[in-house]
Write a new protein. Structure first.
Length: 181
């Protein structure tokens, strides 16, 4: 497999109520083909988030966007462009970071999470100086990470998103309203 120059083709998913930003590295070939995040059928991202927020697994774009926005999340990737072999983040060369200024000014992002070690490293090196918001590393939901993180462990690690969400609701007083949904 040879290196490809990839320019990020997807828009971020967010709204003014987004408080927590989840960042991958760069969309996989399957996600670029489908033009949506975490599209590889064996990627466990949507399954994990549905378990964390106790909602049905979303199967189409509208359901996935609803899951993100209903839970005050935003979703994007660290890189605007890079050279990469397939979906292997370890092969990334010549990374160029996204410009987060518009997203951050349109939201109230309080926490940033990365999906995987490479996303964390690239965010810390290339983006943190711009954003000033430190990231917290979550495990990759990639099929390549199945042996290292069984589904139940991934869900447990991603529960931090629900914990932060619940802390937000307890501060804003929306907890009872949200729990009743």
């Amino acid at each position: 497999m040879k290196f490809e120059v990839i320019n990020h083709p997807l828009e971020p998913i967010f709204n003014k109520d987004s408080k927590f930003l989840i960042l991958g590295t760069m969309p996989s070939p399957a996600s670029r083909s489908d033009m949506f995040y975490y599209a590889h059928p064996q990627n466990r991202f949507w399954q994990v988030l549905s378990a964390v927020f106790d909602v049905p697994i979303p199967f189409n774009r509208d359901e996935k966007i609803k899951l993100i926005l209903d839970n005050h999340l935003a979703l994007w990737d660290v890189l605007k462009s890079c050279e990469i072999k397939g979906a292997d983040d370890a092969t990334i060369k010549n990374p160029v970071a996204q410009d987060f200024s518009e997203l951050l000014s349109a939201t109230s992002i309080e926490r940033i999470f990365t999906t995987g070690q490479q996303a964390y490293k690239l965010y810390t090196k290339l983006c943190f100086p711009q954003t000033g918001i430190p990231a917290e590393q979550l495990p990759s939901t990639s099929p390549a990470n199945r042996g290292r993180y069984p589904l139940n462990e991934l869900i447990e690690r991603y529960m931090i998103l629900r914990d932060y969400q619940r802390a937000l609701y307890s501060v804003t007083g929306k907890g009872i309203e949200h729990e009743a949904k």
